[in-house]
Design a protein around this ligand. Sequence first.
Ligand code: GRF
Length: 206
Amino acid sequence: MNNRKKGRVAVLLSGRGSNFESICRYSKREDSNFEVSFVISNKKKALGLTLAENFGIPNLYISAKKFPTRSGYEDHLIKILKEQNIDLICLAGFMKILSERFIDAFRERIVNIHPSLLPSFPGLHAQKQAVDRGVRVSGCTVHFVDTGVDSGPIILQRAVTVDPDDDERSLSEKILKYEHELFPKAIELYFNGSLKISDGKVIIEK
Ligand code: GRF
């Protein structure tokens, strides 16, 4: 039996929650080194919240609109995440930009998944950007979050071929399949202590 203490992950999401689901399923493997301990959504109707309920994971809907200022909202999130003793925050389709204040509170402990091969196509509609630009290869990236938009140190990437008849939808589907593999792997590497950031780059130590 494995008695190691498992890393405590919080997932922040805004919608469908398919990445959350894949992270959660992976965490339930016997040899997994982390558990999803908490889920926060800024959208009341996010399917991810229903999934969290089904998995029996504590979850909260916290709307930024209920707070007069962004810092008030972020301070509330920070308080909850600290109370929950969260080790790593995973942004999985969380459609809010976090300020330096939040990022400083969890320095090098926030990771995000993005549906392109960063640094190409950061920001919204990455798959459409890729199709519109006519690239032959796109993919997904898991990276640490810094104060820029999708600009933090890259942990893992996976490439997919963009076929001539691909549109935003078909490319998104192709990429999503690999997102579901990549995100849990990156989390596992994190809790194995294999990730070191040096000079803005992630070194994966074996
Ligand atoms: C994914 O494509 C992810 O890369 C992006 O937002 C989408 C979230 O999808 N950041 P889901 O909610 O995990 O299904």
